[in-house]
Design a protein around this ligand. Structure first.
Ligand code: DGP
Length: 114
C-alpha cells in the first residue's frame, strides 16, 4: 500500500503527464482514461495512499486539494458545473493508491454514481 505508484513517478517527472496546475503541495493533470470531456486528477505531492489513511495532520492539505480543484475547474471553464470524486479503496473503484480527487465536467452528470 505504501509502495510507489505511477503518480509518484509523475510527481518526480519520471513519467509523462499533461499537467494543468501545480503548486508547492499538489499537482493536477489530465486523466489518461477520461470519463468526461474534462477529467483532471488533483493529487497531493505527499504520498497518502487513500483518503482513509489521512489524519488530522493532513487537514490543511486536504482543504488545499479542494481549493486546487476549484482553481482547476475555473481554469478549465467548468464554472459551477463539475463533480469531485474520491474513490477510497479497491472495492470503491480505487486503482491507483496515491490519493487523488477526480475533477469531472463538460457533460451532464447523473446521480447516483455507479
Ligand atoms: P481511481 O480509479 O480512482 O484510482 O483513478 C485512477 C485514475 O488514474 C483513472 O481514472 C485512470 C488514471 N490513470 C491511471 N494511470 C494513469 C497514468 O499513467 N497517467 C494518467 N494521466 N492517468 C492515469
Amino acid at each position: 500500500m505504501n509502495e510507489d505508484t505511477i503518480f509518484g513517478k509523475i510527481i518526480r517527472g519520471e513519467a509523462p503527464a499533461d499537467i494543468v496546475y501545480q503548486d508547492e503541495h499538489c499537482l493536477a493533470f489530465r486523466d489518461l482514461y477520461p470519463a468526461a470531456p474534462t477529467h483532471i486528477l488533483v493529487i497531493p505531492k505527499k504520498p497518502i495512499p487513500r483518503l482513509c489513511d489521512a489524519d488530522e495532520q493532513d487537514a490543511a492539505l486536504l482543504g488545499h486539494l479542494m481549493l486546487a480543484a476549484n482553481k482547476v475547474a475555473e481554469q478549465e471553464g467548468l464554472g459551477d458545473r463539475f463533480r469531485l470524486v474520491v474513490n477510497n479503496g479497491a472495492e470503491a473503484g480505487q486503482t491507483v493508491f496515491h490519493l487523488h480527487l477526480h475533477v469531472i465536467g463538460g457533460r451532464s452528470l447523473s446521480w447516483p454514481p455507479g
